[in-house]
Design a protein around this ligand. Structure first.
Ligand code: ADP
Ligand code: 5GP
Length: 217
């Protein structure tokens, strides 16, 4: 028997992608956790949102956000380009359908870092998605992180803290809650959720590719 016959070619598996919605109060560490998981999970893409807020130091157009004028945001809204959108701290934020739809069709998973209003709109749209909420170890820790990040003035930090307390009351609606106390542990939990959900969506395709029964699915 030739070695080719004894080593069957790997079965090609089309793994469907999953939409992962991440919310949590400003300063809790969403950006940090999202960046880390993007480095770990190959099939994952970050959805770059549109916003009318100005860039912070180091933020890049097209990487962190698409920074647009209020007029440009409204034009895109009228054209139906947003999957969801919300006004946060008097600025507009929105997820472009073009960041999500085609990627999911291609089998890539997409990560959204959006506020609780936007997450509610995704939920109402009936889109298949997984919802993950990031909580701080305590409210005091959250305020310290916001101040140490040093990207916002005192009034902005206070507004973000008010909104944080209101947002945290929605955590129970999410499928998973990760407490970002120790970054390494939170990162491991965040990764575990993303990997498990990607595998869960891939299960029917893997079974079908192996000619195995799929419980009637
Ligand atoms: P968000 O995207 O939720 O607004 P960031 O990812 O920008 O939050 O994090 C806010 C600040 O907190 C950053 O300076 C970040 O380095 C820091 N940070 C994130 N996770 C932790 C952690 N587990 N412990 C301490 N500081 C953290
Ligand atoms: P920041 O200005 O700190 O980057 O984000 C402020 C808040 O806006 C965060 O809660 C973040 O999750 C949320 N956000 C960012 N992009 C979007 C978006 O496209 N849609 C919605 N609804 N919220 C967003």
């Amino acid at each position: 028997m030739s070695s080719e016959a004894s080593a069957p070619a790997p079965v090609p598996v089309h793994r469907p992608g999953v939409l992962i919605v991440v919310s949590g109060p400003s300063g809790v560490g969403k950006t940090t956790l999202c960046r880390r998981v993007m480095d770990e999970v190959r099939s994952l893409r970050f959805s770059v949102s549109c916003t009318t807020r100005p860039p912070r130091a180091g933020e890049r157009h097209g990487v962190d956000y698409y920074f647009v004028s209020p007029e440009e945001f409204q034009r895109r809204l009228d054209a139906g380009e947003f999957l969801e959108h919300a006004r946060v701290y008097d600025r507009q934020y929105g997820t472009l359908r073009s960041e999500v739809d085609e990627r999911l069709r291609r089998g890539e998973s997409v990560l959204l870092d959006i506020d609780v209003q936007g997450a509610g709109q995704v939920r109402s749209s009936g889109t298949d998605a997984v919802y993950l909420f990031v909580l701080p170890p305590s409210v005091g820790d959250l305020e310290r992180r916001l101040r140490e990040r040093a990207t916002d003035d005192d009034a902005t930090v206070r507004r973000r803290m008010d909104k944080a307390l209101a947002e945290m009351r929605h955590a129970w609606r999410y499928d998973y809650v990760v407490v970002n106390d120790d970054l390494r542990r939170a990162d491991a939990e965040f990764n575990a959720v993303v990997r498990a959900e990607v595998l869960k969506r891939a299960r029917p395709a893997i079974l079908a590719a192996h000619g195995l029964p799929n419980g009637g699915a």
